[in-house]
Design a protein around this ligand. Structure first.
Ligand code: SAM
Ligand code: SF4
Length: 345
């Protein structure tokens, strides 16, 4: 029975021998953008702030996970920078023994305001989501976001000491798929590491379920396009890091072949066999897999007074129920009811 084996192995390991070393920590379900691939135009039902895990509750969860092998935390959301006093949380996560790296994914809108404070709090790295370099398109994809402001914020973040900022771009047919080459060249010229992401069918009532199920541009197609401008050398996945498969590029803006681009292909080339991550929602829902809505309620465990041992047992139980792999059905509907904005990507 699931749960009987909890504690039988050292660290957080699932039934298929995959060890968890990485937590995606969503700190809010609120966002100042409304990206078409992430949430419905009218937004999502928000939870009251009393239902969010407090910073202290988050610290207890992360400390417990760190004592069982988690080494890296990615802070995400919603938009993480709309959560008040975020740098305080970053500093408290950085102080946890065993946590080697705290990084963050942001839409960049508030980054100019917070970059210095985040750096001082010890944040190790930044990923900015940027789907287009054309202001009108950017605004259309984010339903109102300002490209100019995000680019300014990235500049301020570089000045604050964030080096080699990563960029995430979700590639959607008919929206920005004709910009892949320009975005790569632009990123290479500025020393950013671009990752191109396949559009995933996550969340009900989204752009996908509205009949845009041909929006996903498969990784193989992206590779073919990239190969028209650069000679490509496969570099595989970076151990312990995210799920991107990297390519070395030789050609424009990278004559020595040192330039890189990553492709995250959760839909057409799943990477479940190397999955090292779990996710925590802002309300304390522990998700063993992005594509599975089953969540274990860590907030109830914490507020029920079960302490770190209760947290560990609940996480281990959830992990024991983790499926071997997910499958995104391009013809079918979304694989989860929850929207990406409420999960954290
Ligand atoms: N608001 C922050 C941001 O946009 O960077 C962090 C949260 S966002 C949910 C995290 C990542 O998920 C972003 O890089 C976004 O592009 C990606 N994402 C959201 N919906 C997606 C989808 N349907 N398919 C693929 N990636 C998606
Ligand atoms: Fe907000 Fe990020 Fe989702 Fe865009 S991708 S709506 S910025 S949470």
């Amino acid at each position: 029975m699931v749960g009987d084996n909890v504690g039988a192995v050292d660290g957080l390991v699932d039934r298929f021998g995959r060890r968890v070393t990485y937590l995606r920590l969503s700190v809010t379900d609120r966002c100042n953008f409304r990206c078409v691939y992430c949430m419905p135009a009218e937004g999502v039902k928000l939870c009251p702030s009393k239902d969010l895990l407090t910073f202290e509750e988050i610290r207890v969860v992360v400390e417990t996970l760190a004592s069982h092998g988690v080494r890296r935390v990615r802070v995400t959301g919603g938009e993480p920078l709309v959560r008040k006093q975020l740098p305080e949380l970053i500093a408290s996560l950085k102080a946890i023994e065993g946590i080697d790296e705290v990084v963050m994914t942001t839409n960049g809108y508030l980054l100019g305001r917070d970059a210095v404070a985040l750096r001082e709090a010890g944040l190790d790295g930044l990923t900015v989501s940027l789907d287009s370099l054309q202001a009108d398109r950017f605004s259309k994809m984010s339903r109102g976001g300002s490209l100019e402001r995000v680019l300014e914020s990235m500049e301020l973040a570089s000045q604050a000491g964030f080096e080699r900022i990563k960029i995430n771009a979700v590639v959607i047919r008919g929206f920005n798929d004709d910009e892949v080459l320009d975005m790569i060249e632009w990123s290479l010229e500025r020393g950013h590491l671009l990752r191109l992401i396949e559009f995933m069918p996550i969340g009900a009532d989204t752009f996908w379920s509205d009949g845009n199920d041909n929006g996903c541009v498969p990784a193989a197609e992206m590779q073919a396009v990239i190969g028209t401008r650069w000679a490509m050398e496969p570099l595989g996945m970076k151990t312990g890091a995210g799920p991107a498969r990297y390519w070395g590029l030789k050609g424009p803006a990278s004559p020595d072949g040192q330039g890189r681009v990553g492709i995250i292909s959760a839909v057409t080339q799943c990477f479940c066999d190397s999955c090292n991550r779990i996710r925590l929602t802002p309300q304390g829902g522990l998700r063993a897999c992005l594509a599975d809505d089953s969540e274990v309620d860590l907030r109830a465990v914490l507020r029920g007074g079960e302490g770190p041992e209760g947290v560990y047992k609940a996480v281990a139980r959830s992990l024991w129920g983790k499926a071997e792999s997910h499958s995104f059905d391009l013809e079918g509907g979304a694989v989860t009811m929850k929207q990406m904005v409420s999960i954290g990507g």
